[in-house]
Design a protein around this ligand. Structure first.
Ligand SMILES: NC(=O)c1ccc[n+]([C@@H]2O[C@H](COP(=O)([O-])OP(=O)(O)OC[C@H]3O[C@@H](n4cnc5c(N)ncnc54)[C@H](O)[C@@H]3O)[C@@H](O)[C@H]2O)c1
Length: 271
């Protein structure tokens, strides 16, 4: 169902790899709500993934870019403004990757070169997106930039490894840059802290099935799905949230306010 919340708005969506990606659902919902968008992902993801299918379906230009490259990001913003016909109203940063997690390096045996890559791809890229956009004056007043985070930024989740550090930095960037961007250009910057979700990146998390089951039982509303996250992003991109900035918004069915639920207690009292 469409409410035309993004009618006339122009957006850039980073990170749609396949139809499980959270960014994929956000792109579909944004267009359903009346936005016109461009899509961006790494050149390798564009070659290996199915982002081009989404681009065709949504009539969106697909701009390959490594989000750690300032030059690539400048091209994303200039091409997007050109093809969409004006300044941008919303941006989704849905980018995360840890080579330490991929190589199953334990947190007390991290490879520090790989840690730099984790931080650069998953957190510093957000700063680069914001800095490039601000220097190019590419985002309209009350435009909205959202990045996706996870609760492990604030509380320890076994096995999340150096991605927890990356998410902590990501959330801090939203506050630090949000202050400057808000003051200078009235642009909003927030992170949405999403429930565990079955996606390609999500599957890198150790014992994801167990984590999903636990958080489902712990959350009064159950886990938030990728579709639920897309709905929340649309609201955050819309004019209905014009005074929300510098926030880490918990989108987790209530999980983060729980310590024990009856459902989880029941699991431990079975015998
Ligand atoms: N899946 C979950 O459980 C979950 C929960 C909370 C937050 N998140 C976050 O949501 C975001 C999207 O992840 P997802 O779960 O949809 O998985 P996904 O694998 O579909 O998306 C991750 C994306 O990051 C892109 N990417 C990696 N390196 C890049 C680079 N250098 N430049 C540009 N793009 C790059 C990938 O190509 C991919 O499209 C991530 O930030 C992730 O940490 C995921």
């Amino acid at each position: 169902m469409s409410y035309n919340l993004l009618k006339g708005k122009r957006g850039i969506i980073f990170g749609a790899l396949n139809d499980m990606s959270i960014a994929w659902k956000v792109a579909e919902r944004a267009v359903e709500e009346g936005a016109i968008i461009t899509l961006s992902n790494t050149p390798i993801a564009v070659r290996m993934g199915t982002t081009d299918e989404l681009a065709k379906k949504l009539n969106a230009t697909l701009i390959p870019a490594d989000a750690t490259s300032v030059t690539d990001l400048e091209n994303v913003f200039s091409t997007s403004m050109e093809v969409l016909g004006g300044k941008i109203d919303f941006v989704l940063h849905s980018i995360g990757m840890s080579p330490n997690v991929r190589k199953k390096k334990a947190y007390d045996d991290l490879d520090y070169d790989l840690l730099s890559t984790t931080l650069d791809v998953s957190a510093v890229s957000f700063h680069k997106v914001l800095q490039v956009a601000k220097k190019m004056d590419a985002i309209n007043e009350y435009g909205s930039v959202v990045a996706l985070s996870y609760l492990a930024a604030q509380r320890t989740v076994a096995g999340y490894s150096d991605m927890a550090d990356a998410k902590a930095v990501l959330e801090s960037i939203a506050r630090s840059f949000g202050y400057i961007y808000g003051k200078d250009k009235k642009v909003r910057v927030n992170t949405i802290s999403q429930s565990p979700t079955v996606t390609t990146a999500g599957s890198g998390v150790k014992d994801l099935d167990g984590l999903l089951d636990y958080s489902e039982r712990m959350s009064p509303l159950g886990n938030a799905s990728a579709m639920d996250c897309a709905d929340y992003c649309v609201v955050m991109f819309s004019d209905l949230t014009r005074k929300v900035t510098m926030q880490n918004l918990l989108h987790d069915g209530g999980f983060s306010s729980m310590t024990m639920s009856a459902d989880v207690m029941h699991q431990y009292c079975k015998e």
